[in-house]
Write a protein that binds this ligand. Structure first.
Ligand code: HEC
Length: 150
């Protein structure tokens, strides 16, 4: 073997290394995609109502004040776990009613307290939003956000 790296050896290392890491990269991408659709999200429960709820969430820019799973603005509470915090696991009907009543009764007008606007949503829209928040709360986030308040 020669002392110096020959041109062809350098080329082989370049192509070999490129292909090797490309294969690893593609493998990890496929693994992440597979994990997202089969394990971390409950795709089978993605009903038309959940999808409609997400569109209402987007149209009204709820994320301009709230975070959802840690992403968003920090003016208002985290909502990724609001379904659980309202007792949705123990009493789904009660949690649904409380969440809808909360949204309908805003703004609270309490002095010194941050205010949420009134969005004048229909009963069906509120139900769809609750379905979306319930679905979101069931995503496996591996413990994120790290505390209940988000
Ligand atoms: C202008 C800012 C703002 C926007 C936009 C906004 N909210 Fe809020 N929201 C708040 C604030 C502030 C609170 C907390 C008020 C309080 O505690 O009195 C709140 C509280 C809530 C709560 C109760 C959270 C809890 O932990 O008790 C829910 C549910 C909620 N918002 C849903 C929504 C939804 C759904 C949308 C979009 C349709 C939305 N919010 C848009 C400001 C906003």
């Amino acid at each position: 073997m020669s002392e110096r790296l020959t041109k062809s050896a350098a080329r082989n290392i370049f192509y070999g290394g490129t292909i090797f890491f490309l294969v690893i990269f593609l493998g990890l991408t496929l693994q992440s995609h597979n994990y997202i659709v089969t394990t971390s999200t409950n795709e089978d429960e993605l009903t038309a109502s959940v999808v409609a709820g997400k569109h209402i969430w987007e149209r009204n820019a709820c994320i301009n004040c709230h975070t959802l799973l840690g992403e968003g603005a920090y003016f208002a509470p985290e909502l990724g776990n609001v379904w659980v915090r309202y007792g949705g696991k123990e009493d789904p009907e009660g949690a649904r009613d409380s969440l809808k009543a909360w949204m309908q009764s805003q703004p609270s007008g309490i002095e010194g307290r941050r205010q949420m606007p009134q969005f004048n949503l229909s009963d069906q829209e509120l139900d769809e939003l609750v379905d979306f928040l319930k679905w979101t709360s069931e995503i496996n986030t591996q413990g994120w956000p790290p505390n209940e308040a988000g």
